[in-house]
Structures are given as structure tokens and as C-alpha cells.
Write a protein that binds this ligand. Sequence first.
Ligand code: ATP
Length: 249
Amino acid sequence: MKITGILLQEVSLQYEQTVLCNGVSAHFSAGKWHSILGASGIGKSSLLKAIAGLLEKEQLKGTIQADDGNDLHHRIAWMAQDDLLLPWLTVIENVYLGYHLRQEKSDSIKTKALDLLTKVGLAAFAQRMPYQLSGGQRQRVALARTLMEEKPIVLMDEPFSALDAVTRLQLQQLFVQLLRDKTVLLITHDPLEALRLSQEVWLMQHKSPFLSSIVQLDSTTPRQLDDHKVLFWQNQILTLMESETLSSC
Ligand SMILES: Nc1ncnc2c1ncn2[C@@H]1O[C@H](COP(=O)(O)OP(=O)(O)OP(=O)(O)O)[C@@H](O)[C@H]1O
């Protein structure tokens, strides 16, 4: 499927009487990683759901579309903090679950699933059950399942937040390597994670503009933890986020 960016025009999000945002416009350009930071409860997951087409009609106003004008929703894969593996299926069955649900069956599907499990370092675990895996291994299976669908856009809602520090660094490296050519929107609470992994960092704030692009970085990802630009911007972003928290108290 063709790579595309995402265009938001005059988007408003609302749950019954609660308005999250009004008239938001943004362009997430194609083939890049975009991280979205913002205070807890501000509306990051809701925006991702809106892009994925998971909100009710009355909850979303405005336009969200692929920037090439073609269909958006069929080109999106979703990855959450919770890996959503089905406990009664083996690891490899979870990887080709989408094909199974669509009743597409062939040996080449199993071969492809095994190939992807090899890429995420879990070929030897293909016949295990999800409960026999660690949190990091489960997220690797979820990544293989995402790659199996070959979607050009991947929406990720805090996929690394439940992992220990070392596993998180290893998985970030793997995700960047395997999702390099896709348009990725990553929600995170961690400015360092955003700056190491993305080409563009966005911030959601209670004041106007609700969503703005605050940093663009061109260097190869994942960036080093001691990269001077990463450290400089981490400081700037933490100061911004702190002043936002104080002003919304
Ligand atoms: N289905 C829903 N119905 C009503 N209100 C909702 C619904 N989903 C979310 N909300 C509210 O909308 C606001 C934004 O929620 P959302 O999950 O988008 O925030 P977030 O920025 O992703 O938060 P966090 O960082 O804590 O995950 C919150 O106040 C939440 O309580």
C-alpha cells in the first residue's frame, strides 16, 4: 500500500459536554515518525482514535484525511500499550490473526509470519502461548502482527511505557529499524523517547494552539541518549511541559 501522510483540518473532538479541542489543523508528513507529547488527559489517545476512525460521528467534527486524497482508514495499523494478543492462540497464530479473521489461508501466510517472527527475534517461540512470554516479547509479537498487515501508517499509543528501561531501549531500536519507511504517530509521555525516535515532535497544550510542531530533527534514528541536540531539546520541552502543568492547575 502506498505511503501517505495525514492531514487534519479544523478538527474538533468532544465527548458529550466535554470539548477536548476546537478547530485543530495539522499535517503529519509521510514516511516520518511523529511523536505527540502532552499532559495526561489532554486528548492524545482521543486524537489517535479519531485518526483511526474509532470515534462516534458526534464526537468528531472537521476533516481527517490521507494527504494523497485516497482512503485513510484501510491504511492504518494500531499498536497499543496493551499488546492485545489473544491468549488462546499460539504466538504465530496471533501474528497472522488478521488473515485468519479474513479467512485468507495459505502456506505463504505462515511462512511470512515466521519470517517476521525471525525479524523480531522470536522464531523459536512461534508455537508458545502468549502467557509464556515476557512483556517485551509480547510487544515484539504485536510488532510482527502489525508488520504482517503491511499498512503504511502505524498509530502507536505508548507501546513502550510498560517495559523496563533496557527492554524499552532494545525495542525502540527494533521498532525504528522495522518501521523506518512508514508514517508513524507515537504517543508518549517521555520527551527523551520522542526526541530519540522521531523526525518531528508535537506538543498538545491546554492553551492555543492545542497541537503544534515544536521540534524537527533530521539525523538518523534512534539517536544516542547523549546526543547534544536531544539533550538540549529535552530540557526545553520539559520546561514547556512544566509551565503548561502549572498554568492549567
Ligand atoms: N469514551 C469516552 N467518553 C467520555 N470521556 C472520555 C472518553 N474517552 C476519554 N475521555 C476523556 O477525554 C479526555 C481525554 O482522554 P484521552 O485518553 O484522549 O487523554 P490522553 O491525553 O491520551 O491521556 P493519558 O495521557 O492519561 O493517556 C479525558 O478527560 C478522558 O476522561
